[in-house]
Design a protein around this ligand. Sequence first.
Ligand code: DQA
Length: 142
Amino acid sequence: MNRLMLINGPNLNLLGTREPGIYGSHTLQDVVAEVKHVTDDFGYDLEDYQSNHEGAMVDKIQEAGRTCSGIILNAAAYTHTSIAIRDAIASIPVPVIEVHISNIHTREEFRHHSMLASVCKAQIVGLGIKGYRYAALALLEK
Ligand code: DQA
């Protein structure tokens, strides 16, 4: 399947205006464009999805498990709380790379732990929206 899935979780629809000192001034549209450059280069399709709802994200992860060869996932706040998203990742055969724009390990203590990291292929943090590009490259380069 020549297709990647990009999933962004709660409040990432507000990128650009949301706490710009932490998340920068790039918008979600910029994030999608960043990844699309890479998928285009490799002749892959990109599906992008954003939701503020945990169950909807679980549904999308399950769907991507059937239709895509990899997932780039910023589960935002659900990273730190969601066993349901963790179980969805563990249930599918395709690699998932966890991305965070900020460095969650240098922020508040409650952000240090990811419920998802141990079922993901890798975690990329603190590199701003470039992290999404590196995740796409990691999934596509042979
Ligand atoms: C985030 C980090 C999370 O802790 C936070 O809840 C977010 C964004 C990031 O990309 O840096 O919403 O995932």
